[in-house]
Ligand binder design. Structure first.
Ligand code: SAM
Ligand code: DTB
Ligand code: SF4
Length: 334
């Protein structure tokens, strides 16, 4: 049977997830070595281009307007500020730049036009450019593609069954529809989820099952451990055990061998040894920089030291071979 399958059953995914821990890690590490260069990890950097004030009620999120968190709402950043940020991320070694906006969905207005300019600008630096802006129509996805967007992040977050316990202001199917629009426009799909929301193992398996049975696997699957933020409904959740994080990463690696698996939120609470176990289980990307979107992230020097310790190299941009046309755009809007 081929390793790349879109016909996984829930039972099969569950049996991978529940395997004996060391067998699971071994199998994932084997798959990782078969389909990826295991000596490489991609370093991405996030920037919150529009922070807080979001109308949605995602129970984990510090940016939802209805929860009282320390996040201060900020308007959409200027083109120049975003470009300065992207250039500095690149100088520090990031090859992918991901811009996040606390929007429910994209609207066709001057703010979207500004984001399209940002996409062109970051693309012109020779970085993989990614956005996460909420729901998108097919036309908006096409505009982003034309501007040079490399990937779009839109997480399904948890299982279809548990989704309504976490978010009431939209449906699981809305997420899938946006993912379809992104795919249709020829943009790479980045979609994963969060553990530690109070979900069961079955929900975790269900989430991986949904992703691994999409018509095409996402090129990138972020696995986040909940960052428990004061003021959100999930502030008192228990910390995610490292064992669960490793099981998730390994199961994603085994079911979607060609995907980049991103060890995303939660790294500040992990030791070097724990992160090493995640890399062994098939994670091959991290977010670097002092912040994720609004919450802290490990020090860049600590990441550099960890890479050295583990003999890991940074993956070059556009390794999949199709660098989009570089727009000569960067200085136009300064
Ligand atoms: N508003 C857009 C959306 O929801 O798609 C984009 C930004 S949103 C902050 C991006 C992703 O961040 C969410 O889908 C969620 O998976 C993740 N996220 C948000 N808060 C988090 C937290 N406290 N811990 C872990 N991941 C979180
Ligand atoms: C993803 O799955 N995780 C990143 C990125 N995609 C956009 C975001 C994590 C956000 C963690 C909470 C915060 O910093 O606000
Ligand atoms: Fe808004 Fe996205 Fe946060 Fe949900 S996850 S509240 S949509 S910013």
């Amino acid at each position: 049977m081929s390793d790349i399958r879109n016909n996984w059953t829930k039972e099969e995914v569950a049996s991978v997830y529940h395997a004996n821990f060391l067998d699971l890690v071994f199998r994932a590490a084997e798959m990782h070595r078969k389909y990826q260069d295991a000596s490489e990890v991609q370093v991405c950097q996030l920037l919150s281009i529009k922070t807080g004030g979001c109308p949605e009620d995602c129970s984990y999120c510090p940016q939802a307007a209805r929860y009282h968190t320390d996040v201060e709402a900020q308007k959409l950043m200027s083109y120049g500020d975003v470009m300065r940020n992207a250039m500095s991320a690149q100088e520090q070694g990031a090859t992918r730049f991901c811009m996040g906006a606390a929007w429910r969905e994209v609207r066709d207005n001057s703010h979207f036009d500004r984001v399209l300019d940002m996409v062109k600008g970051v693309n012109s630096l020779g970085m993989e450019v990614c956005c996460t802006l909420g729901m998108l129509s097919d036309e908006q996805a096409e505009k982003l593609k034309e501007a040079g967007l490399y990937a779009y992040n839109h997480n399904i977050d948890t299982s279809e069954e548990y989704y309504e316990e976490i978010i009431s202001t939209r449906k699981f199917d809305d997420r899938l529809e946006t993912l379809g629009n992104v795919r249709q426009a020829g943009i790479r799909v980045c979609s994963g989820g969060i553990i530690g929301l109070g979900e069961t193992d079955e929900d975790r398996v269900g989430m991986i099952h949904t992703l691994s049975t999409l018509p095409e696997h996402p090129e990138s699957v972020p696995v986040n451990a909940l960052v428990r933020v004061e003021g959100t409904p999930l502030e008192n959740q228990e910390r995610v055990p490292i064992w669960d994080m490793v099981r998730m990463i390994a199961t994603v690696r085994i079911t979607m061998p060609k995907a980049m698996v991103r060890l995303s939120a939660g790294r500040t609470e992990m030791s070097e040894v724990e992160q090493a176990l995640c890399f062994l289980a098939g994670a091959n990307s991290i977010f670097a920089g002092e912040k994720l979107l609004t919450t802290p992230n490990p020090e860049r020097n600590a990441d550099k030291a960890l890479f050295e310790l583990l003999g890991l190299n940074q993956r070059a941009a556009f390794k999949e071979g199709d660098q989009p046309k570089i727009h000569a755009f960067v200085n136009e809007k300064g």
